[in-house]
Design a protein around this ligand. Structure first.
Ligand code: OMD
Ligand code: FE2
Length: 427
């Protein structure tokens, strides 16, 4: 699997040619009268044409046939996908889901719309359908099972502890190699960026060179039975037929690409004196809103690190947050809750909903001898933190049957320690 090659850098002006067609990328211009190898030129715009340079995103794709050569889109069944946020009454409770079940192959099949099992990945993509999201960008967090993502830009192998971003409009298909599960965050109206580093300086957190973009790969494949392009548009699914694989891009250049990132490369910053630093220090990617400092969504991780803070309650503090916090666990356990929150599960702490360590964590960390210690070794929890208030779907609250109704009980044993006679000890 490691045969796949990548280009390194975040949001760079990349260029790539499938080595089978040297010289396929036009030189010096985007729209030659006739493109090398008889290819069609097609621009994919990820920003308004007139966006300022730092946010201006587009790529030029040189392909065997242009994307427009397809039959009309028709509405298709949307399964559990919904854009109806009023399906169920709002619920401000702390919500926790047990690991989402992976259907056995004997059961009714579920898919990523486009998931396909295990074809060869160096030859044909093997697909007869692909997906694209016209509404926004996907951040995909595999939790179990590696996934091979074939895109118009090339192929990416993404394993648990890596994440990838497929931006608005990019066509892709997903191969799985066994039981596979993960999380997806969708953002509208902004693309993910690296957070500013402020006083941290020029280096640190997720470093740009660790982001990897696929290299051009094409197949010139006619599909007599029809190739289906599934398009998520205004929250609904539409499909259209064409007679060829859309993974027919021989060369491309631009700064609007899919990419992946290995979370082990995150340069962790943490408190080395006292108190608990806010989790914004663990932000991998941010999708900014128009309000300065307020993200539509941040992708935050809780990676292995040293905990050394003196005279400090080291785990996450009790809090209420104007932001919504959805958390998932890729592996291991989460320090604020050793029990109950399991890999492949999730929690949602909505706008201003109180949460924090469970009773065990509180008692243990209030009395622990504060020596330097490894925190979260072998684990990887993450948070999708958003300034939007969240609605949960009917599927999430009811149909999936994974909601842990006992979640609130992890805080019930919290005891009162208040002692009105307490006095500061004399030094
Ligand atoms: O709620 C959580 O577990 C996430 C979280 C972690 C932390 O260290 C500080 C604040 C916060 O919301
Ligand atoms: Fe929190």
């Amino acid at each position: 699997m490691s045969e796949l090659k990548y280009l390194s850098g975040f949001g760079n002006e990349f260029s790539s040619e499938d080595p089978r067609c040297p010289g396929s990328l036009p030189e010096g211009q985007n729209n030659p009268q006739v493109c090398p190898y008889g290819l069609y030129a097609e621009q994919l715009s990820g920003s308004a044409f007139t966006c300022p340079r730092p946010t201006n995103k587009r790529s030029w794709l040189y392909r065997i046939l242009p994307s427009v050569r397809h039959k009309p889109y028709t509405a298709m069944h949307c399964g559990n996908l919904t854009e109806n946020w009023d399906e169920v009454e709002p619920d401000p409770n702390q919500l926790r889901w047990m690991p989402f079940t992976i259907p056995k192959s004997s059961e009714k099949k579920v898919d990523f719309v486009t998931v396909k099992h295990n074809p060869s990945f160096t030859q044909s993509s093997g697909f007869t359908w692909c997906f694209n999201n016209s509404d926004g960008d996907f951040l995909i967090v595999p939790q179990q099972g590696e996934i091979l993502i074939t895109t118009e830009f090339g192929k990416m192998m993404v394993e648990p502890n890596e994440i990838c971003v497929i931006q608005q409009g990019m066509r892709f298909s997903v191969n799985v190699f066994g039981e596979t599960r993960g999380y997806v965050l969708e953002v509208y109206g902004a693309h993910f960026e690296l957070p500013d580093l402020g006083p941290i300086g020029a280096n640190g957190l997720a470093n740009p060179r660790d982001f990897l973009t696929p290299v051009a790969w094409y197949e010139d494949r006619e599909v007599a039975t029809g190739y289906t392009v599934i398009n998520k548009y205004q929250g609904k699914l539409f499909s259209s037929q064409q007679s060829f694989s859309p993974f027919n891009v021989v060369a491309w250049h631009g700064n609007y690409t899919p990419y992946k990132y290995n979370l082990d490369n995150f340069m962790v910053i943490n408190c080395v004196a006292f108190d608990h630093a806010d989790p914004s220090i663990f932000t991998v990617l941010t999708a900014k809103s128009s309000r300065p400092g307020v993200a539509m969504a941040d992708f935050v991780i809780f990676p292995p690190r040293w905990g050394v803070a003196d005279h400090t309650f080291r785990p996450p503090y009790y809090h209420r947050n104007c932001m919504s916090e959805f958390m998932g666990l890729i592996k291991g356990h989460y320090e604020a809750k050793e029990e109950g929150f399991q890999p492949g599960g999730g929690t949602l702490h909505s706008t201003m909903t109180p949460h924090g360590p469970d009773r065990d964590c509180f008692e243990k960390s209030s009395t622990a001898l504060l020596k330097p210690e490894r925190v979260a070794d072998g684990t990887m929890a993450f948070m999708f933190e958003s300034s939007f208030s969240m609605a949960v779907t009917k599927w999430g609250l009811e149909t999936c049957q994974r909601l842990d109704k006992s979640y609130y009980q992890c805080w019930e044993p919290l005891r009162k320690h208040f002692d009105p006679n307490w006095r500061p000890s004399k030094q």
